[in-house]
Design a protein around this ligand. Structure first.
Ligand SMILES: C[S@@+](CC[C@H](N)C(=O)[O-])C[C@H]1O[C@@H](n2cnc3c(N)ncnc32)[C@H](O)[C@@H]1O
Length: 232
């Protein structure tokens, strides 16, 4: 009873899109991460930062829907395998490898303990497109595009690209490292990189700290509830 009251109270502090995404169990993001993400989106608008929105790690589409709803005249691009998450690597911690065994063993629960776990859904891409449609978002491959496959194969930016915000939400060390290195050169002045799992997975934190240590023109603005990085 108390838990339900607290959840209802927390929902009141979310914007309407995030509230619906959360209520429909379309995101792993906590209430505080959702509030922070929305504050970043508002800040980019207020500061008139040019560039597109990217979401690297989609699952059921929650964070992507929030970015696509807020994009205005920008483009939104989302990337994911839309299937079983790829394995962690040598730079990830032992508990991450244990978590992966639970996933591949078919024993993972879904969002908020749901019986449905997105990674076991062979039709995940179609389901995500339908989730977008339920928010009146058309995945047209132009203004809104979803790229299916490993980031290492699909994520390619060119000198024509400008990034205002990239939300990196792919859990383990190697994909986080790859995403940071691939997208950061295209970040607009004043743009933001959010690393969702900075406090959740040791490998993700390590990859982020390595990036910051070797790229002094980027600085960690704050680390909670997720890491927010800006160009220094
Ligand atoms: C925690 S989920 C994303 C959650 C989502 N942003 C939300 O709002 O709930 C992490 C996603 O990253 C994807 N992912 C991880 N590594 C990847 C890689 N190397 N290439 C493509 N997708 C990857 C997984 O398939 C998974 O869907």
């Amino acid at each position: 009873m108390l838990k339900k009251l607290v959840t209802a109270a927390k929902l009141q502090f979310l914007d309407p899109v995030s509230r619906r995404v959360k209520t429909e169990k379309l995101t792993y993001l906590s209430h505080s991460k959702l509030r922070s993400l929305n504050a970043c989106l508002k800040e980019l608008e207020a500061r008139d930062v040019v560039g597109d929105f990217f979401d690297l790690g989609i699952a059921l589409g929650g964070s992507s829907i929030i970015l696509a709803k807020a994009k205005g005249t920008r483009r939104f691009s989302g990337y994911d395998v839309f299937g079983m998450i790829p394995p962690p690597g040598d730079a990830d911690a032992a508990d991450t490898h244990e978590r992966y065994k639970v996933i591949t063993g078919g024993r993972s629960k879904g969002i908020d303990g749901d019986v449905y776990y997105y990674g076991y859904d062979a039709q995940l891409y179609d389901r995500v497109v339908a989730n977008f449609a339920s928010f009146d978002l058309d995945v047209d491959g132009e203004d809104i595009s979803l790229h299916k496959g490993l980031f290492e194969d699909t994520l390619k930016l060119s000198d024509d690209d400008r990034v205002a915000l990239v939300h990196i939400d792919c859990d383990w060390h190697d994909p986080v490292q790859f995403c940071l290195q691939t997208v950061a050169p295209y970040l607009s002045k004043g743009g933001l990189i959010i690393v969702d799992d900075y406090n959740d997975y040791e490998g993700c934190r390590k990859a982020t700290n390595e990036f910051l240590a070797t790229n002094p023109s980027f600085r960690l603005r704050r680390s909670r509830p997720h890491a927010i990085i800006e160009r220094a």
